[in-house]
Design a protein around this ligand. Structure first.
Ligand code: SF4
Length: 273
């Protein structure tokens, strides 16, 4: 085995250990500084990223989501560049214009029961975009996508591939919460579809991740079970699509984390090119 191959193996083992430790308790990574520091630049190396909301985040520290306290980054990882190495141009339509067009949307029956429209949030020039199903109670309350327990898990998944939540864009197939978190109805998906299409056209990411059945089915225009779809790269308008399990499913079925890790490693490697 060459030294390069040994380095790759060490990096892979380190990331695997970190991934499973972070997803086990949703807490801070357990890998201590100094271990395998030759695998690449620090994953939280102090870059600043602007988001669609105009905020700027410094990542020299990480925040424990359970305690709200900050701690220094404690591990190294291969880092995915935030800026794209290739020229990408979206539709030219801004996310603000799309949000303005949604307005106080009444196009489907979900308008009657929602508190807020959850447009989605993140980097308007994201290289990586996640598409989930629909807002839940926490999201409906706060007007932000993936902010509940499943959202915290998604943050850990993003960090496990060396990115930050602010680097990516996160949206759902539906912008309004279905009552009781029931599955989306076909008519609701049809009515809401143009907004997500325009968001993807605007952001024009390099990779899309379809989270769970509805995210994956919407992107890939298929009804194949997610158990068969996950891990197989597809395409949406020429953009690579990785279908994988929804973080809410992982909360109920922790054993499926290893499959999501395999899928996310493929995503990471696509973005590292
Ligand atoms: S789910 Fe979409 S189409 Fe239905 S009311 Fe909300 S924004 Fe409009």
């Amino acid at each position: 085995m060459t030294s390069d191959e040994r380095g790759e193996l060490a990096a892979d083992l380190l990331e695997r250990a970190r991934y499973f430790s972070t997803l086990t308790d949703l807490g801070l990574p357990l890998v201590e500084a100094g271990i395998a520091t030759d695998v690449g630049p620090a994953g939280r190396s102090g870059t600043s990223t602007s988001t669609s909301t105009g905020t700027s985040t410094n990542t020299n520290t990480s925040t424990n989501e359970r305690t709200g306290t900050e701690a220094p980054a404690r591990y190294s990882t291969r880092k995915v560049p935030v800026a794209s190495p290739i020229e990408r141009s979206g539709s030219g339509e801004t996310l603000e214009a799309i949000r303005a067009d949604i307005g106080d949307c009444q196009r489907c029956a979900l308008a009657a029961g929602r508190k807020t429209i959850v447009f989605g949030q993140g980097n308007p020039k994201a290289r990586l975009m996640f598409v989930g199903e629909a807002p839940g109670a926490d999201e409906d309350e706060q007007g932000l996508a993936f902010v509940g327990k499943a959202g915290q898990l998604l943050t850990k998944i993003i960090e496990a591939i060396g990115m930050k939540r602010e680097d990516v864009f996160i949206a759902n197939v539906l912008k309004c919460r279905p009552p009781g978190n029931r599955n989306p109805e076909p008519e609701e998906i049809i009515q809401c579809q143009p907004f997500l299409e325009r968001q993807i056209d605007s952001i024009h990411p390099e990779v899309l991740v379809g989270l769970g059945k509805f995210g994956a089915h919407w992107l890939l225009k298929t009804a194949e079970p997610i158990t068969r779809l996950r891990g197989r790269l597809g395409a949406y308008k020429g953009i690579k699509v990785m279908p994988t399990y929804h973080p809410a499913y992982l909360l109920r079925n922790p054993g499926a984390k290893k499959e999501v890790w395999e899928d996310m490693k493929v995503v990471r490697d696509l973005l590292a090119r």
